[in-house]
Ligand binder design. Structure first.
Ligand SMILES: C[S@@+](CC[C@H](N)C(=O)[O-])C[C@H]1O[C@@H](n2cnc3c(N)ncnc32)[C@H](O)[C@@H]1O
Length: 410
């Protein structure tokens, strides 16, 4: 027990030092709620390490986990819970986050947590009881519909990734309430805290990069990644029929054929971090030029000559790619030793995607190299009209239109 207390104190100290924990209230909750009791099959060391712990697989895919403590802290800070508030969580998992939220809203508040899998709800109930956090209402349901019996809620939080902002969630928020969710925006996943205005518009108050397991059930979004062959995937930013309609034919065939055709390269004069590739420049390009894709090489493909210069991102090797209108593509690559980034033509005939990519990179640098945290997002139902301000890009989700800006300037 003492070793658990010590490990928990070290976890909290590290989260404070790294700036993940900012408020005393969240630090106290994470210092008091015994995370190891929500992971009874893990060692104390694993339970308090700064890593997600997968607790359930289905068909070889992780479908439930206790989220990484850093991410738990970031999202609780984004949520800004106050004593007495009513909270709905979608994605009960182990019950750990629900216990932290129950600590934060206190006995005057209420926490309802929904999971789609009944076995997970049964085990979450046992964990909550063992930890002495019995004041959480657990429900087996598809959280895509929210949980109408407990509405309205001051806060609704998803701890599972969504490709849409569903009207059910917005409809169950109290006036001025906050919806926090890991949202897929043009190939990136970002944790967005939205505040509901009196005009029915959701406005982001903070955005952070994140990587969550995806929603299952009726709200599961389409799988946007396209398999190109063993180890190769392309994560299309939008609808790749836009590229196909341009005469390039099937996107996967055209990318695969062009991979073996390296051409001219030009330096871009910048160096890119893994975060830049996925959520900084990657997001910027996808907002500015929707046919951009993230070309990802894994396993044997990662070591192949075709992935030469791709950037290591979480164990995969990634290049930002713009398909040409009549075949081929241009890719942004960088040597692993940290040399300057370059644009490489892969069989794209004539001037085209390489010029477009280089100009877009210049725009990103001029804007101060913005990252996911620099996104500002307004969200409205698709059937309501959205006025688009200067510099805003519209992104259509299943039931919602986003108006998005990304800049560190102004
Ligand atoms: C990352 S885990 C949540 C971690 C959890 N908050 C904790 O503290 O342990 C995501 C959870 O979302 C659940 N989930 C997936 N789709 C769902 C849906 N449509 N409705 C409710 N829960 C869902 C999964 O079963 C999984 O337990």
């Amino acid at each position: 027990m003492d070793s658990a207390r010590g490990a928990r104190a070290r976890m909290v100290d590290a989260l404070r030092r790294d700036g993940r924990l900012r408020s005393e209230a969240v630090a106290r909750a994470m210092g008091e709620v015994p995370r190891h009791l929500f992971l009874p099959e893990s060692t104390v060391e694993t339970a308090y390490a700064d890593a997600a712990v997968v607790t359930k697989h289905a068909g070889g895919v992780a479908v439930s986990s206790a989220s990484q403590p850093s991410m738990v802290a970031i999202m609780l800070e984004q949520l800004d819970l106050r004593p007495g508030q009513r909270v709905l969580e979608i994605g009960a998992g182990t019950g750990y986050n629900a216990a932290l939220m129950a600590h934060l809203v206190g006995p005057e508040g209420s926490v309802t947590s929904v999971d789609i899998d009944d076995d997970l709800v049964v085990s979450a109930a046992a964990h909550l009881e063992a930890a002495g956090s019995g004041d959480v209402t657990l429900v087996v349901a598809d959280g895509a519909a929210g949980h109408p019996p407990g509405a309205p809620y001051d806060r609704i939080v998803l701890t599972v990734g969504s490709a849409d902002v569903r009207p059910e969630w917005v409809g169950q928020l109290a006036p001025g309430g906050r919806l926090l969710l890991p949202l897929r925006v043009r190939g990136s996943q970002v944790s967005v805290a939205f505040d509901l205005g009196g005009d029915g518009v959701l406005r982001s108050s903070s955005v952070r990069a994140c990587a969550f397991i995806r929603l299952r059930g009726i709200g599961a979004g389409p799988d946007a990644a396209v398999t190109l062959g063993a180890g190769w995937t392309a994560d299309p930013v939008v609808d790749h029929t836009a590229v196909e309609g341009n005469g390039a034919g099937d996107l996967s065939t055209s990318l695969r054929a062009a991979l073996g055709l390296p051409g001219a390269e030009r330096e871009l004069g910048i160096r890119l971090s893994p975060a830049d590739v996925w959520d900084g420049l990657g997001l910027w390009l996808s907002l500015a030029e929707p046919s951009t894709v993230r070309l990802v090489a894994r396993d044997d493909a990662a070591g192949s000559a075709a992935a030469d210069g791709f950037v290591d991102v979480g164990g995969a090797r990634v290049a930002l790619v713009l398909p040409g209108p009549t075949g081929g593509f241009a890719a942004i690559v960088q040597d692993p030793d940290g040399g300057p980034a370059r644009v490489r033509d892969h069989g794209a005939p004539g001037p085209g995607p390489a010029e477009v990519l280089a100009a877009l990179v210049e725009g990103w640098v001029a804007a101060g190299r913005p990252q996911a945290a620099d996104l500002r997002i307004r969200a409205r139902p698709r059937d309501a009209s959205v006025s688009v301000g200067p510099g805003e890009v519209t992104v259509e989700l299943g039931s919602t239109t986003l108006a998005v800006t990304m800049t560190t300037l102004g």
